[in-house]
Design a protein around this ligand. Sequence first.
Ligand SMILES: Cc1ncc(COP(=O)(O)O)c(C=O)c1O
Ligand SMILES: [Zn+2]
Length: 436
Amino acid sequence: MSKYQLNCKKCGHVIANMKEWFESSQKCPVCGSNHALVSYSASPEGVKQLIDANLAQSVFDYFDFLPLDDKQNIVTSGEGVIPVENWTFLEEYAKTYHQIECKVHVYRNDLNPGTGTFKDVAASVAASVLKENRITHFAIASTGNIATAFSYYLAKAGISLAVFIPQDALLANEAEISSYGQKVFRVKGDYAYAKKLAAEYAKKHNILISGGNIDPMRVEAKKTMVFEWIRQMDEFPTVYVQALSGGTGPIAIDKALDDIKSLNLVNHYPRYIMVQPSACNPMTLGWENAKANGFPEGWLNDYPIIDAPQTKVPTLATGNPATFPIIAELVKKSGGEMITFDESKMIDVARLTAYEKNVRIGPASSIALGGFFESLKQGIIKNGDVVLVNIGEGVRRAPEFMEEMIYTTEHVSSSEECNPHHIEQYKEELYDALNR
Ligand SMILES: Cc1ncc(COP(=O)(O)O)c(C=O)c1O
Ligand SMILES: [Zn+2]
C-alpha cells in the first residue's frame, strides 16, 4: 500500500502520487481541477504519536504525513519548529484599553532559519518533493516572500527556479533570490501580471509552476503548524490572526483539523481573523459588502479587483484575489472576520513590539499584529479567547521598513547637547502613537 494519494476535490478522482500529479500538469486528469487534497494510509493516531515524540527538529518531524516517500530526499534547514510565545504585553493591552481578558500567543515564523518567513516550511517540503520526483526546473510568481523561500530551498536541492515578481517587489527580496543563483524576471506590471507571464513561460517551456495557495505541497507543509501548536500549547487557539494576501493559512489549518478529527485532540476550529493592508484589501471589501447584505446568493464570487495596488506592503499585494471564494467561505464557517489595518500605523506596531519584546517584525507581521489591535477595537476578540497571531516575517525582509524604526535620534554637534535618557520615557509615547 502506498503512503499517500491525492484526491481531486471536485470529482473525487484518485491520483496515485505526486509523480502522476506532476505528469498531468498538476491537474486532475478527469475533470481538470487544480485542487486536490492529500490523504495518507497511516492512521491519524500516528500524528498524535509524532506530536508526543516532541522531536522539534524540523517540519520533517511529521514525515509520515507529508507527500514524500524517501527521507533521503529531504531538503531542510530546520524550519517549522519555531516557538509559540506568550506575549503578555498584548494581554495587558487588551485588559487596560478594552477590558478584555484573553490569552495572546504569537507564532514566531520570523525565526525560521531559511529566509526568516513563514514560507520556509512550504518551500522546504516543495523542494524535497520536487527533488524526489526528479524535477529540474520550476517556476513561480510571487509578491516576494514565497519566491525568496523557494529560491533558497530549491537552490539547496539543485533545482533551477524562474521567479516572476511584480514591478514594486522589494529590492531586498530580488537581491536574495538572485544571490542564490535563481533567475529573476521583474515584470513591468503588478502581481496579477507577474502570474500571467509566469503561466505563459511555464507553458511555453513545459516547466512546472507553483500551484499557489491550494498547491498540495504547500498545504501539506503548512498544516504541520497545527501539529506544532498542539505540541507546544496548553490550550488550542480560539482565534487565529494572520495577514492576508492569498490565504494559505486557513486552508492548511482546516485541512489539519479535518485530518485529525477522529483523535478528539482539538474540539473546535479557531475563528480566522484575516487582516489586509488598507491600500490592498479586496478580500475585506468583498467580505464587508457581503456581510452588510446578509451574505446573499453568489457573494463568494463578488469581490473587487484592485489593479496595481499601491500598498506599503508589497508582500500582501494580491489585488485580484482568486482564492476569495475558498478563504471567505472558511472564514465565515469559522465565525471569523476579514478586516483592514491602516498602513499608516504599521510602524507604530513595529516600534512598540521592538520596545516591548526586542523583536523586530517585518511589514506583513505588523499588519497581522495591527489586526489584533483592530480586532479589539471592533469587539471581535472576546473574554476568554486564546489568540494566536502569526508573526510571518522578521524585519530582514524590508530594510526600508527597518529604517523607519528610528525614533530616538537627536542630531548634535557638541557633548553639551547630549543628556542621558531613561528607556521608560519612550513607553508612553509608543502607546500613545498606537492609540491615536
Ligand atoms: C509574512 C507574510 N504574512 C502573510 C502573507 C500572506 O500569506 P497568504 O498568501 O497565505 O495569505 C505573506 C505572503 O507572502 C507573508 O509573506
Ligand atoms: Zn477531478
